[in-house]
Design a protein around this ligand. Structure first.
Ligand code: UDP
Length: 367
């Protein structure tokens, strides 16, 4: 007899949602995590009355009503709207790419003028179906926006030339010919009031949680404790890297407490040039309009990933996707292990998509 119905490896969003659904369906769940806290990368920590997004900015956005209603059952979301600023040398631009950006870039005031400017910049480039991120970006916004706001940021972020990166990454960013600085196109958006850790706590109510607990060590020491496993770690690591390593991108966060009230006047400022080594600075208090005489900022430095580092982003190019398919074929043959989340499914998931996937997985498991 197994002690648990589900062993859930990883207390990130996928693991938390699955654990909640399974517990609600009367299943016994053991959730383990390598880290010393729950929540995975959505983990927030309160410091001086400010909720610090310890693993980078997490702004929730979705167009899926089921997902929006779901998260709002556990915590309240505020009305934060993400409107990052891009800084290129001494120039400041609004993001995403919209009429405010184009006005600042070229002095154009109407959508027709902006489109004409972009068309003029891409005429003669002979770009058909974009084969990579550079072609995709040039085709969408022209040479100036590409050079000032995309090229440096993207190459720092991914450690590769824009010519080597898949086009889809840039399509995450809206492009619009209206004066609208809302970074996302989704119907619903906000930040969890009081921090995301509370969301993870609520989702894990009723499950047994064990922290500082590595899955592989746990299995070595305890053998099988559950009828089924939900594994949200790296799928290639699970299989001992037998076909080789999938590529990930890592991040290094440098967080500072500053004795001033307002450091940069916005939650997110992107540094889009190559001359600055980090990609962005987050000022946490602005996510919730926290009142405090001090402030916390985090500089985000993209970093190469090697075994043992924290993997943040899957690198979903052709080579890696093909390798992932080989691992997925192994996973498909498992009758009692389910792979989920950014790392288990090697997918550049946003939070809402993770929840959708976890709910779908729970639906099919628990029906
Ligand atoms: N990007 C850019 N300039 C910016 C912000 C984003 O070129 O100022 C590009 C970059 O290629 C990045 C992609 O858009 O990898 C997606 O950005 P997003 O903000 O969605 O990334 P995340 O928040 O997931 O790190």
């Amino acid at each position: 007899m197994n002690k648990y119905d589900y062993l859930i490896a990883g207390a990130g969003l996928f693991g938390c949602v699955f654990a909640h659904e399974a517990t609600a369906a009367g299943k016994k769940c053991l959730v383990i995590d390598r880290r010393s806290h729950i929540g995975g990368n959505i983990y927030t920590e309160e410091r001086d009355g400010i909720n610090v997004h310890v693993y980078g900015a997490h702004i929730f956005h979705t167009s899926d009503e089921r997902v929006w209603n779901y998260v709002n059952r556990f915590v309240t979301f505020n009305n934060f709207v993400n409107s990052p600023i891009a800084r290129y040398k001494d120039e400041l631009y609004n993001l995403p790419f919209n009429m405010n950006t184009f006005y600042r870039m070229w002095g154009v005031a109407t959508p027709a003028e902006a489109k004409a400017k972009i068309d003029g910049q891409i005429a003669g480039l002979g770009i058909g179906e974009p084969k990579n991120l550079e072609e995709q970006a040039l085709k969408l916004v022209g040479r100036d926006v590409f050079e000032k706001l995309i090229k440096g940021y993207t190459e720092k972020q991914w450690g590769k030339s824009c010519k080597e990166l898949p086009a889809f990454i840039i399509k995450r960013l809206p492009l619009r010919f209206v004066y609208d600085n809302n970074y996302f196109n989704d119907k619903y958006q906000g930040v969890a009031e009081g921090g995301y850790t509370r969301l993870a706590e609520k989702l894990l109510e009723g499950a047994t949680v064990k922290l500082n607990c590595d899955y592989f060590d746990f299995i070595r020491e305890n053998g099988r404790v559950a009828a089924k496993t939900v594994y949200t770690g790296m799928i290639d690591e699970y299989y001992g890297y037998r076909y080789g390593e999938l590529e990930y991108r890592s991040l290094r966060f440098e967080t500072e407490r500053l004795e001033e009230e307002n450091f940069q006047g916005n939650a997110v400022i992107n540094y889009t040039g190559h001359e600055v080594p980090y990609t962005r600075i987050i000022e946490h208090k602005h996510f919730e309009r926290a009142e405090s005489p001090v402030t916390y900022i985090t500089r985000e430095y993209p970093a190469a990933w090697k075994r043992g580092d924290e993997p943040y982003y899957p690198v979903n190019d052709e080579r890696n996707n093909a390798l992932y398919e080989k691992y997925r074929a192994l996973a498909n043959n498992e009758s009692d292990v389910i792979f989920g989340g950014r790392l288990g499914q090697y997918k550049y998931y946003d939070m809402d998509k993770v929840i959708e996937a976890a709910l779908a997985c729970a639906d099919s498991q628990l029906k």
